[in-house]
Design a protein around this ligand. Sequence first.
Ligand SMILES: NC(=O)c1ccc[n+]([C@@H]2O[C@H](COP(=O)([O-])OP(=O)(O)OC[C@H]3O[C@@H](n4cnc5c(N)ncnc54)[C@H](O)[C@@H]3O)[C@@H](O)[C@H]2O)c1
Ligand SMILES: O=C(O)C(=O)C[C@@H](O)[C@H](O)[C@H](O)COP(=O)(O)O
Ligand SMILES: [Zn+2]
Length: 360
Amino acid sequence: MTQTHTISVGGAYDVVIGDGVWDRLVELIGDQAQRVLLVHPPTLPTYAESVRETLTAAGYDVVVAPVPDAERAKTAEVAAGLWQVLGQHGFTRTDAVVGLGGGATTDLAGFVAASWLRGVPVVQVPTTLLGMVDAAVGGKTGINTAEGKNLVGAFHPPVGVLADLSTLRTLPHADLVAGMAEVVKCGFIADPRILELIEADPTAALDVDGPVLRELVERAVQVKADVVSQDLRESSLREILNYGHTFGHAIEQVEQYSWRHGEAVAVGMVYVAELAHAAGLLPADDVVRHRRVLTSLGLPTSYAGGRWEDLLAAMRRDKKTRGSLLRFVALEGVGRPTRLEGPADALLQGAYAAISEHVS
Ligand SMILES: NC(=O)c1ccc[n+]([C@@H]2O[C@H](COP(=O)([O-])OP(=O)(O)OC[C@H]3O[C@@H](n4cnc5c(N)ncnc54)[C@H](O)[C@@H]3O)[C@@H](O)[C@H]2O)c1
Ligand SMILES: O=C(O)C(=O)C[C@@H](O)[C@H](O)[C@H](O)COP(=O)(O)O
Ligand SMILES: [Zn+2]
């Protein structure tokens, strides 16, 4: 008997977590749709074929749209290619998009669904840990531009999210580990039990067939669901989900997306923990805890690759910036997020020095 767990996102839609949950796909797409655009990366032909067969058997006209892998999918050119496909196949407002894959694919699929005819339904089918706990949930969709990460996008909640945990068995270990960064983030901003579970047994946390990983997924999704159901459009509370992302996105950009998102966020959390400590907000023990938990999972905690001016310029393009005021989500303690606004240059550079000096 397969165990499934359903988390409601403010009563608007559900995230269904478990093995074999793709059975729910047809019910979510519903009988209004005639056509379905199935967006997937080239790494998942078997999963894509299985979804295509299910949808075809249910009577939909399925248009399969393979897109470039990972961050290379999140471009205006790839989105424009999909708009062309939708136009050529006559997709209407009752037709649907399915995003099957990691966060890069679901961000793209969600954005194309948000923009086509000003919004058609999207079902998100995440196949990475990061997609399941974060990217596919919450309705943030988007693509990158030459100037930065996720600079074009829309808030477009899915009609449902189907997270089949068995797909994690084929996920490369490094991508599993990267997804854990967003789980750890949820631990630091809202649910300390997540940190305790990882600290008790990091190996069990990374066992895709074990109960600990399942509980971590459920807890992280619950954190995200609680936040986005109160503040979909990130007017205030939702910013806490951006913990570690101001510096993390800067690394991704400066390193031309050769770093995984989760890896960059891991370093970004250590950066802002150092910053918060230097600003007198966060005790030193909590900074140490950031490094310990992330390291135990195999995540990076240091970085010395980029020129400071480039990192700072990238951070200034962060969406939390107001005017010329850099704003960070910071912690006053575990589970106690706050904002750190306009820290002095000396503090900003000092935190960079603190994460660079740990590079071996
Ligand atoms: N919208 C949001 O709220 C949100 C939240 C967090 C992250 N993101 C975005 O998500 C992206 C990162 O997502 P990601 O970490 O899932 O990376 P990803 O989408 O690049 O996927 C990682 C790799 O795993 C492969 N893959 C996916 N599922 C697989 C499986 N089951 N078996 C084998 N290979 C598989 C992919 O093809 C890719 O090569 C970034 O672009 C980030 O900005 C968005
Ligand atoms: O859902 C959110 O809100 C987040 O900030 C989650 C982040 O993990 C995610 O990487 C998000 O895409 C970042 O958004 P951005 O607006 O900073 O680009
Ligand atoms: Zn993220």
